[in-house]
Design a protein around this ligand. Structure first.
Ligand SMILES: NCc1[nH]cc(CCC(=O)O)c1CC(=O)O
Length: 325
């Protein structure tokens, strides 16, 4: 479904309305949620070319279905639209994009990365929460790390759009909830709380990064995306995705990772956390290398985590090695 043309004109994309422009506008696909639309608009603006937003509605976006739908499903609907040539570019939150892409599609580039951290909304810090406090999140990765830091917390399921989640907190169903800083920032929502230090909760691989997916043979879309690519975010994403792929992890795996580029030193660091779903054990490690070889760094960290027992720990098979006192 197309957005009304007025919605797009308001963005004032360069060249829009230029009658000499021979090329049709780039069709950028997005899901209908407010966050997805805000992200698609941001990512589209960063491309700096005439575009139109094409909203792809899916059964997974029905309120009822959202409870059971996996994140991969939303990504797949946009990928189908790409393959069927209904859109030219799909904009995704990189953390929702699985390791394996359908044949014929590639990740072309990234927009600049927002704050990759998770934030605690409703409290100033994890230490500030009373014993047994109720924390809302549906993410296994967040749950595992919250329990690793504070085994007394009651981590309760919380799903839905960012707005829905915040209203559940206001309703008093939770003492605090965990959300991505990037989502709140992009929606421009005012919130009370604080970012959680990455030493306590490391983000999901790809968190805070928007990625452009295109057809592998679409030279025009590839060139436009690559020209707008943020090199730091792209390098960090490649390292984080290589780690996930090497550990054969998915969005249901309690695996966290954060790569950071230091362009002055041409250096890249990659930190990873793999834990038991109940937070009773975990493995954490950090490697550093050259920013020219992000995949090698991802594989190196995967090997080290694997040797330290990450696979068994993530399956909840190993007795606690680093159980919090
Ligand atoms: N799981 C849904 C999702 N996918 C991406 C973001 C946030 C934006 C981003 O990480 O780029 C969110 C919301 C959240 O986790 O709070």
């Amino acid at each position: 479904m197309r957005e009304p043309p007025t919605a797009n004109r308001a963005t004032d994309s360069p060249g829009a309305g230029d009658r000499r422009a021979a090329k049709p506008r780039l069709r950028i696909g997005t899901r209908p949620s407010p966050l997805a639309r805000a992200q698609a608009r941001l990512a589209a603006e960063a491309l700096g070319c005439p575009y139109e937003l094409v909203v792809i509605r899916t059964t997974g976006d029905e309120p009822r279905a959202a409870v059971t739908a996996d994140k991969g499903r939303f990504v797949k609907e946009l990928e189908l639209a790409l393959l069927e040539r209904r859109i030219d570019v799909a904009v995704h939150s990189a953390k929702d994009v699985p390791s394996e892409l359908p044949r014929g599609l590639v990740l072309a580039a990234t927009a600049a990365r927002a704050d990759p951290r998770d934030v605690l909304v409703g409290a100033r810090s994890l230490a500030d929460l009373p014993a047994g406090a109720r924390i809302g999140t549906a993410s296994l990765r967040r749950r595992a790390q919250l329990l690793a830091a504070r085994p007394d917390l009651r981590v309760l399921a919380l799903r839905g759009n960012v707005d829905t989640r915040l209203s559940r907190l206001r309703d008093g169903r939770f003492d605090a909830i965990v959300l991505a800083a990037a989502g709140l920032e992009r929606l421009g929502i005012a919130w009370e709380g604080a970012p959680i230090p990455t030493s306590q909760v490391l983000p999901a691989p790809g968190q805070g990064t928007l990625v452009y997916e295109v057809r592998a043979d679409d030279e025009r879309a590839l060139a436009l995306c690559r020209a707008a690519c943020d090199r730091l975010a792209w390098t960090e994403l490649r390292a984080e995705r290589a780690l996930v792929a090497a550990l054969e992890a998915s969005c249901d795996t309690p695996l966290a990772a954060l790569a950071r580029c230091d362009p002055d030193r041409a250096a890249l660091s990659l930190e990873g956390w793999a834990g038991a779903p109940d937070g009773s054990a975990w493995v954490r490690d950090r490697v550093e290398g050259r920013d020219a070889e992000p995949e090698a760094l991802g594989r190196l960290l995967a090997e080290r985590l694997r040797s330290a027992g990450a696979i068994e720990v993530m399956r909840g098979e190993q007795p606690p090695e680093h159980a919090p006192a």
